[in-house]
Design a protein around this ligand. Structure first.
Ligand code: GLN
Ligand code: ZN
Length: 774
């Protein structure tokens, strides 16, 4: 096929769309069903209407082929487990008795049965339910959901393409079921799984599917030769099936790398490739393997996981190059639009000048259609759109919001010395000992205290105008008084103010920084019915005035013990926001770091001797490909140090991270150069303390001894046992005593009892220490 006919055939498609509906109708219906207020039939009807509305929206925008099967009541990986019959034994009876109820039970657990584990979907903030497999797993095909949703779309007159999680990715995402040895390799189940996929594909074919998409995002991660061989085998076998629809194998979030030649050679009918961000390398790689002659290529050129308008000229140039490389080139977003908020036009409060730069899922679908039309019919047919796009991009590039001279000058003037404390740790530690006079094994908490219903009600009252600012502030001060007095009575050494004024650890700061935007309706699914509304890093970042000093100073005025200042670090501010795509992440991180540095300096000037800068997201934004990690960790740790290095040697910098696989980032944890790090460790029995000790971590560590994810109160003996374990790895002079994480989701009774036990444990162990006796 010549490139001309490849162009003429160009169509617009997407692989998934936000599930929740314009007003989060799905969330309301599902939660109503859980509470028994909505019947299963009513829930199903809501879901049907939402799917219909999404397809209508896409088709009206001009999308030629709509996705089906991407809808989910909870999670598409859990749907895949149902599709292949991988129901954990402990849920089989419940699912057989009531498919919908059993489905939600697997997702959420019941009083007596643990739910499936949940974890992040690649490097997004979406969480999926981890398949549980073992050597005894058997699979059975259940194509009901996929077939029904395809038929729904076809009956409405749409051209539709079912989208499934592919078999390789499904197995690579799975974990050994409870009781199965951890070295069990789910890929060994391929022989049993493939016939089930073959059956589902045949069912979809029979139901009218011309094409089916199999998503294999796991292939954009570094893969072993055995894993690549498995992928080759899967697509050789599925390709060889006689009774099957045409197969489109999809990847996104990064480049396919060594998996690209494997898939390009496979006897399937087309590939879906991402050409945005770190996946842009797919373009050269595709040329290097000789393209996809005679096959279909779906090109993801519109970034599906950010909030920004596309650069049409750049995308058309990519598409133009691709025309010579495949039999047919279609246009799409880089990944499912699930990861983008629904509709930018719903944001009435955003400055219209800035709103022109925004594209949410609905706008992205229109961009895909425009690009497909430009490709198929010539750019002159989209002249008006191209002109408008050029003007919008120019307005963004030249705006005083994205180019604030003072911020730029300051960021450009940062030197290496700004990224370093003025003295090395041993000297700082000595100065801090003199200054703070803390006992051995000092006790502290991670920052937040219970966010009670009354506190949330006060915030709602303030927003609704039922309470004025003075009344709200009095309420917050009262809470701080209570938190301080509790900690003094409990005997905690380094106190916190409890963060009662914060709605969220990122949003609270975003609202006070210039250059950040808040949305009103920009919800994206985090997991199940939980949606988050990440703020948008839209322009250059600066801090017009102190953000936290007022509350920390008030708390400090109530006590003689040190009160920790509490900030969210630059990497986490980026990770839980939509980031700019018009400058490197490192640049945005540096701007945020400088704003935080001002806050750190102001806290110190206000008499704060201990300042904690939380970085729970450091591990989660690690790039998918190992080759990209060193660069990320360099700028990420630099940003943290830039934020925290402006203080005196006797000011103690803490940081905190929640549970993660720290093994990959131990060096980076050291590179933060924080004086004290607190980490989640209770459930893993202090494993992270041992890991840090193995690499010779030289500074102070507080491995959590109280698991805050459960209302359970640990006894003093239990906390003491964990501390003794901690002491095997970290010497007493460098060991802190604290919970795993913040206490905001806990109630007061269990918090109070647990912290009292924690202090008792620290005291008991102090009494046992030789240095104490001598
Ligand atoms: N300081 C925060 C808190 O205590 C830290 C939260 C977190 O680590 N996610 O709530
Ligand atoms: Zn935490």
């Amino acid at each position: 096929m010549t490139s001309k006919s490849a162009a003429a055939a160009a169509q617009a498609t997407v692989y998934g769309y936000p599930r929740q509906g314009q007003n989060r109708e799905l969330k309301k219906a599902i939660e109503g069903y859980w509470k028994g207020r909505v019947t299963a039939d009513a829930l199903r009807e809501t879901a049907t209407n939402l799917r219909r509305a999404s397809w209508r929206q896409l088709a009206d925008a001009g999308i030629h082929e709509v996705p089906t099967g991407d809808f989910s009541y909870y999670d598409h990986v859990l749907d895949t487990s149902v599709m292949v019959g991988a129901i954990p034994a402990r849920y089989r009876a419940a699912v057989e008795a009531d498919a919908l109820g059993g489905y939600f039970a697997m997702a959420r657990g019941t009083q007596d049965v643990a739910p499936l584990e949940m974890t992040k979907w690649f490097d997004t903030n979406y969480h999926y339910l981890v398949p549980e497999l073992g050597p005894d797993s058997v699979f059975t095909a259940d194509s009901t959901k996929q077939v029904a949703e395809l038929k729904e779309a076809l009956e409405l007159g749409h051209t539709a393409r079912p989208v499934l999680v592919g078999p390789v990715t499904y197995l690579l995402l799975a974990k050994p079921a409870p009781g199965v040895t951890t070295d069990f390799d789910p890929l060994t189940l391929l022989d049993r799984l493939l016939p089930v996929y073959a059956e589902v594909l045949a069912d979809l074919r029979a139901a009218g599917a011309e094409w089916v998409q199999l998503d294999e995002p796991a292939l954009v991660q570094d893969r072993t030769p055995a894993e690549l061989n498995a992928a080759a085998r899967v697509y050789r076998d599925l390709g060889a099936l006689t009774d099957r629809p045409k197969l489109l194998v999809a990847s996104y979030f990064d480049r396919l790398g060594e998996a690209l030649p494997v898939l390009a050679k496979a006897p399937v009918d087309g590939l879906v490739l991402d050409f945005t961000g770190p996946a842009a390398g797919n373009l050269d790689d595709l040329a290097a393997v000789g393209g996809l002659p005679g096959k279909r290529l779906v090109a993801g050129v519109v970034n599906g996981r950010n909030v920004w308008i596309n650069d049409f000229e750049k995308s058309l140039s990519t598409l133009g190059t691709l025309l010579g490389l495949a039999g047919r080139v279609d246009v799409s977003a880089s990944c499912s639009l699930l990861h983008a908020p629904l509709d930018a036009t719903a944001e009435r409060d955003i400055d219209p000048q800035i709103a022109r730069w925004l594209a949410f899922a609905r706008q992205k679908a229109t961009e895909v259609v425009t690009l497909a039309r430009g490709l198929a019919q010539g750019t002159e047919t989209i002249a008006a759109e191209l002109a408008a796009n050029r003007a919008d991009l120019a307005s963004r590039a030249g705006s005083a919001i994205t180019q604030a001279p003072a911020v730029r000058t300051r960021a450009a003037a940062v030197t290496d010395a700004d990224n370093r404390r003025s003295q090395p740790y041993p000297e700082r530690a000595a100065a801090q000992r003199t200054h703070l006079r803390l006992p051995l094994l000092p006790t502290t908490t991670i920052g937040s205290f219970p966010q009670t219903t009354e506190l949330r009600a006060a915030r709602a009252d303030l927003r609704a105008g039922r309470m004025d600012a003075t009344g709200y502030e009095a309420r917050i001060e009262a809470e701080i008084r209570e938190v301080i007095s509790f900690q003094e009575k409990a005997g905690i050494d380094v106190l916190v103010h409890g963060e009662p004024e914060r709605n969220d650890m990122v949003q609270y700061f975003a609202e006070q920084l210039t250059g950040y935007l808040a949305t009103q309706h920009g919800w994206v699914q985090s997991y199940g019915t939980r949606y988050v509304r990440p703020p948008i890093l839209a322009g250059d970042i600066s801090r017009p005035e102190p953000m936290t000093v007022r509350w920390t100073r008030y708390a400090q005025s109530l006590t003689d013990r040190p009160v920790k200042g509490m900030l969210t670090g630059p990497v986490t501010m980026l990770a839980w926001s939509f980031v700019r795509d018009d400058q490197p992440l490192a640049e945005t991180a540096r701007q945020v770091a400088l704003a935080l540095r001002d806050e750190v300096t102001d806290l110190e000037a206000a008499g704060t001797s201990v300042i904690q800068v939380d970085e729970p997201a450091l591990r989660e934004t690690l790039p998918l490909r190992a080759a990209d990690r060193a660069d990320y960790l360099t700028w990420a740790t630099e940003a943290f140090r830039l934020a925290t290095s402006g203080v005196r040697p006797d000011t103690q910098i803490h940081t905190h991270m929640c549970y993660a696989e720290f093994g990959d980032i131990l060096q980076a944890i050291d590179d933060l150069d924080a004086d004290v790090i607190s980490l989640e460790a209770a459930r893993s029995h202090m494993q992270v303390a041992r890991e840090l000790a193995t690499v010779g971590y030289p500074r102070e560590v507080g491995p959590g001894v109280y698991d805050i994810h459960s209302p359970r109160v640990p006894s003093a003996d239990e906390a003491a046992a964990l501390l003794r374990k901690g002491l095997e790895a970290i010497p007493a002079e460098r060991l802190w005593v604290n919970p795993d994480c913040g206490l905001k989701t806990r109630g007061w009774p269990e918090t109070a009892a647990s912290l009292e036990n924690l202090v008792a444990a620290a005291r008991a162990i102090r009494g046992e220490l030789p240095s104490h006796a001598s």
